[in-house]
Design a protein around this ligand. Structure first.
Ligand code: NAD
Length: 376
């Protein structure tokens, strides 16, 4: 049994940003837009041309840039207030997953009020959201096509996931040229994040033939493209492949789930503010090694898809190749290990384990995972 729903219009291509206003008109967006972004994206020069294009076409624009790298509930609530103060009718996000997830939360809170946690804990219901367009500027999260937003509860460090079909953006506009300015450490971490989405969306207990098709397509493109981008950040074709891989990976996990890598990564991000992609990249090789046991066949499939084994390679050997090759691949991208991350202390492991274990995606992991497994 599976179900699949996807209502986001996707526009992809170099220079596609030039179509923004025409598409907004077609899609019935209102004239007063809250543009959600972050200071890094503004400094990269990506926001000013969008504002100019919107204003030239008669749109009124207010900018909200109070977006943290692991977005916080209090900023989303402030954004909803900014939406109401400006009497906005639509939201556009331009940025990475942080700006897009903040924008999704604003689109929700601005309509039906309340706090992020109230929707996560079931105290408030999803009734409606403001129309939302997402323009990703990193190649990683796939948030432009997913129904979720990951927000940190400032008081508890809990990373909460808002999840509802209404949160899917009306429009996802992907222009690879906007990712050319992403610095190397963000490029590598977000790129590995995209691969983790494909791997976990493909292998998790909630996968389906549809999500596996998207996941396989994503893996094929990401594994060769990310080292190319790292080698030559100005390679627009490789950047385009990465943005496409990230989109396909979003379509994969967005209709299934993530799993243990994300549970650990979100625990780490909640506690230490570790960038999300980096946290995923740190845990990927270890969780893969754990997951292979008892699940050789599905990991052999991954290995063949990514070109680490052939159709003739026996399952156990192919799965083993996958773990070794991905470990090497991650290392070659300059990803540190857990011990090298700032702030991480073994004294916090109890809390990390509890946060990871309580994550709603723990039961989705392909291999059952206990608190002790997470600690190890
Ligand atoms: P990010 O949005 O936090 O951006 C990282 C940094 O890169 C920021 O400093 C930003 O200013 C900068 N940046 C972004 N684009 C740039 C560009 N083109 N040029 C120069 N600098 C640029 O990072 P991210 O990895 O895209 O997003 C992470 C967030 O997304 C996390 O909070 C994570 O939990 C969330 N996430 C959400 C989903 C989902 O489906 N909703 C999926 C995965 C991750």
């Amino acid at each position: 049994m599976f179900s699949y729903q996807m209502g986001t219009r996707i526009e992809f291509g170099i220079g596609r940003i030039g179509l923004l206003t025409a598409i907004l008109r077609e899609a019935g967006f209102g004239r007063r837009i809250l543009l959600v972004t972050d200071p890094g994206v503004e400094q990269a020069g990506l926001v000013a041309p969008v504002i100019e294009a919107l204003q030239t076409s008669g749109y009124e624009v207010a900018v909200f840039n109070q977006v943290a790298p692991n977005p916080r509930d209090i900023d989303c609530e402030a954004g909803a207030e900014a939406f109401r103060n400006f009497a906005a009718d639509s939201v556009i996000a331009i940025g990475g997953g942080s700006a897009m997830d903040t924008a999704k939360s604003i689109a929700l809170l601005s309509q039906t009020g309340g706090k992020v946690a109230e929707y996560v804990d079931g105290l408030k219901v999803y009734e409606r959201v403001a129309p939302l367009a997402c323009i990703p500027t990193t190649a990683g999260t796939g948030s432009e096509v997913t129904r979720s937003a990951v927000i940190t509860e400032s008081a508890t460090h809990r990373k909460m996931t808002l999840k509802h079909a209404l949160l899917r953006p009306v429009l996802a506009l992907l222009d690879p040229a906007l990712t050319l300015s992403v610095p190397p450490s963000v490029t590598s971490a977000t790129g590995v994040d995209a691969l983790v989405h494909a791997i976990e969306g493909y292998t998790c207990k909630r996968s389906s033939p549809i999500t596996q098709a998207f996941g396989a397509a994503a893996m094929k493109v990401i594994v060769p493209a990310l080292p190319q981008v790292m080698e030559n950040p100005g390679d627009v074709q490789a950047r385009s492949d990465m943005l496409q891989g990230s989109l396909l990976a979003g379509l994969c996990f967005g209709a299934s789930d993530v799993a243990a890598v994300h549970c650990l990564a979100e625990a780490l991000g909640g506690l230490y503010d570790t960038p999300h992609g980096l946290a995923n990249a740190v845990f990927l090789p270890h969780v893969l090694r754990f997951n292979v046991t008892g699940h050789e066949e599905i990991h052999a499939e991954l290995s063949r898809i990514m070109g680490f084994a052939t159709a003739d390679t026996k399952a156990a050997e192919a799965a083993d190749n996958l773990v070794r090759s991905i470990t090497k691949w991650v290392k070659s991208l300059g990803i540190p290990n857990l011990r090298e991350l700032p702030k991480v202390r073994t004294e916090d492991f109890d809390e990390l384990v509890e946060l990871a274990y309580a994550n709603g995606s723990t039961p989705s992991n392909v291999r059952e995972v206990s608190r002790e497994d997470y600690r190890e």
